[in-house]
Design a protein around this ligand. Structure first.
Ligand code: TMP
Length: 235
């Protein structure tokens, strides 16, 4: 680590460091995992896997012209990224019913959606990340008029690219979280990570879960699942 780099933010799973360039951060991936705000644990080498997976997927998105924060992979557990001022809400794109959607609407997990569902959630863990609709986002000034549509289009394009990419590797992209933020030039960029921590990925043939749900639900084989995703991406 470069000595003048200052830790600007530490979350449960990642650390953000300043660099000498005010426009760039180092994003460090830890092995820690949390679920439902309570369960905590460690997944051996998860930080290494998620760094590799995020780098690979952001590279794919950059090539396809999706504006994002990724600059380069600079270590086993580190990405160099553009500095962003993150939105106070996240997006979730869903292709198949699972998790929160299954619970909220009393639907069976695995139901194929006719078209992708896009949702927004307020980033307030103490409130349980409540669902926000377009009216909330506008009325609360969370995003300037017209920019929600920009993000929604980017989210759906990202979903399509990732869905196809994973499908070629026999992985079903069930759903995933996206985080956007403002860059210094007022451009909206996709940020954060894209990994089995933030995606649901099922094996196409068997339906086996290869993501953080294995940790959330104490299913065992957690490290193996992350390793399997890396192997399929690098194949
Ligand atoms: P959900 O079904 O629990 O709402 O989650 C949808 C997707 O978003 C799933 O792939 C996991 C991801 N996610 C996160 O990355 N972080 C979170 O805090 C939550 C609630 C979900």
């Amino acid at each position: 680590m470069v000595s003048e780099d200052v830790r600007v933010y530490e979350g449960r799973t990642k650390i953000l460091y300043n660099t000498a360039d005010p426009d760039l951060y180092r994003l460090y991936f830890k092995d820690e995992a949390t679920a439902f705000g309570e369960r905590r644990g460690t997944i051996a080498d998860k930080g290494i896997y998620n760094t590799q997976i995020s780098a690979t997927l952001f590279d794919l998105l950059s090539t396809a012209g999706i504006p994002n924060h990724y600059v380069e992979k600079i270590g086993d557990r580190e990405l160099l990224v553009r500095r962003l001022n993150m939105f106070p809400f996240t997006f979730v794109a869903r292709n198949v019913v699972a998790g929160g959607l299954a619970a909220r609407l009393g639907l069976e997990e695995g139901l194929q959606l006719i078209e992708p569902v896009l949702e927004c959630y307020y980033k307030r863990e103490e409130l349980g990340h409540p669902l926000l609709n377009e009216s909330h986002l506008n009325a609360l000034g969370f995003i300037p008029p017209g920019r929600l549509q920009t993000c929604s289009i980017l989210a759906l394009q990202t979903n399509l690219l990732l869905k196809n990419y994973f499908a070629h590797r026999r992985l079903l992209l069930v759903d995933f979280k996206l985080e956007f933020g403002w860059a210094a030039d007022d451009k909206i960029l996709l940020g954060d990570e894209i990994s089995p921590d933030t995606c649901r990925l099922w094996d196409v043939g068997t339906g086996k879960k290869l993501d953080k749900d294995r940790f959330r639900w104490d299913m065992g084989g957690v490290e193996e699942a992350y390793r399997e995703v890396v192997a399929r991406l690098l194949d």
